[in-house]
Design a binder for this molecule. Structure first.
Ligand code: PMP
Length: 352
């Protein structure tokens, strides 16, 4: 059994459950409740399957070009991958090779420490303040890189771009990754800083605001130099990360800006209504600029509410971890779904 001494052992990330059952109100993985842009359906319906004989374009030019145009960048400033998880994992491998620890908040996307462990990168978590805000001073020390989700997950808290700029500016010797998975729901993006800071990498995803979690498309934007290094690693690992259907469907999504804006506006409107209702029912939460709300109840423990919701086939997310065990993360669904949730909570909380 000596082979086991040479295994790269990792404790994997645990994603939110994808139930096989129908009729579940699924508010546990921050998906979008609305369909992808109509152009995506058109592309997939008309998809010429003979194309599948051939390898896809390794440079993913069509999609890279559409994204570059949308963000006012050059094609050489955009890198695409199989969801932002793929892009982030690749970025950790590419940029975090120092012996010094990388820095990220204590409460954040729980894949960061998994990638750090996977790639044997030392890391040091920086505690958020009592309101779940970043303290910039924590990032003014020696480090091997920085990764910050903005808005943060699972808290939903948005940091000011001016504060992030101070962190980026103070760290010219490290790559700073800003993970903007949720930025479209009311956040301000760091993309305009890309031309100013060669060490800034910004990642975004099609999984939330573009309703395409199942297609697996994510991307990174940064200086040509950073993107060049990322591509070198990608082409040393797997040249064809993006399949032909994903390239075509992703491009169709980017080309429909109006549908994108409408979808995001609907989610934001429902989120704001849900905030009012949750407050009325005695929940407290940091203000969210995302498609989820991270809520604790003033009197009833999160685990109990979580179990009660689950028995009702309403799935939300709960982590039994320090500082956040009394919170639940509730993704924003349709108005109808959120009404059902509120209606149930109202009855349930009146009875406990
Ligand atoms: N970053 C954050 C902060 C997330 O919450 C998620 C979604 N789990 C991702 C990145 C990855 O999303 P995807 O791989 O679907 O693009």
């Amino acid at each position: 059994m000596n082979w086991e001494n040479n295994v790269r052992r990792v404790e994997p990330y645990v994603a939110g459950e994808q139930p096989r059952k129908q009729n579940v109100i699924k508010l546990n993985t921050n998906e979008c409740p609305y369909p992808p842009a109509p152009g995506v359906e058109t592309v997939l319906h008309g998809f010429d399957y003979d194309i599948l004989r051939k390898y896809p374009d390794p440079d993913v030019s069509l999609l890279v070009n559409a994204l570059a145009k949308r963000h006012g960048l050059s094609d050489r400033q955009v890198f695409v991958g199989v969801g932002s998880d793929d892009v982030l994992a690749m970025a950790f491998m590419t940029f975090f090779n120092s012996k010094k620890p990388i820095l990220f908040p204590d409460i954040t996307y729980s894949f960061y420490d998994v990638w750090a462990e996977l790639h044997r990168i030392p890391y040091e978590c920086q505690p958020l303040d009592e309101y779940f805000r970043i303290r910039k001073e924590d990032y003014f020390k020696e480090n091997g890189g920085i990764v910050i989700a903005n808005p943060n997950a699972p808290t939903g808290v948005l940091a000011e771009v001016s504060m992030l700029e101070e962190i980026i500016k103070a760290n010219p010797d490290s790559v700073v990754i800003i993970d903007e998975a949720y930025v479209d729901f009311g956040g301000e993006s760091c993309v305009p800083l890309i031309d100013k800071y060669e060490n800034l990498l910004v990642t975004q995803t099609f999984s939330k605001s573009r309703s395409m979690a199942g297609m697996r498309i994510g991307y990174a934007m940064g200086s040509e130099k950073l993107i060049g290094y990322l591509n070198n690693v990608k082409f040393s690992f797997n040249s064809y990360t993006m399949n032909a259907a994903a390239i075509a469907a992703g491009t169709a999504s980017v080309e429909d800006e109006e549908y994108f804006q409408d979808t995001v506006a609907k989610v934001v409107a429902t989120r704001e209504r849900t905030k009012n209702e949750l407050s009325r029912l005695g929940f407290v939460f940091p203000d969210s600029k995302t498609n989820f709300i991270f809520a604790a109840h003033k009197t009833v423990p999160a685990q109990e509410i979580f179990d009660a919701l689950r028995a009702e086939e309403i799935y939300v997310r709960h982590w039994n971890k320090p500082r956040i065990s009394n919170y639940m993360r509730i993704s924003i669904g349709t108005d109808e779904e959120m009404e059902k949730v509120i209606c149930f909570l109202e009855k349930y909380l009146a009875a406990v």
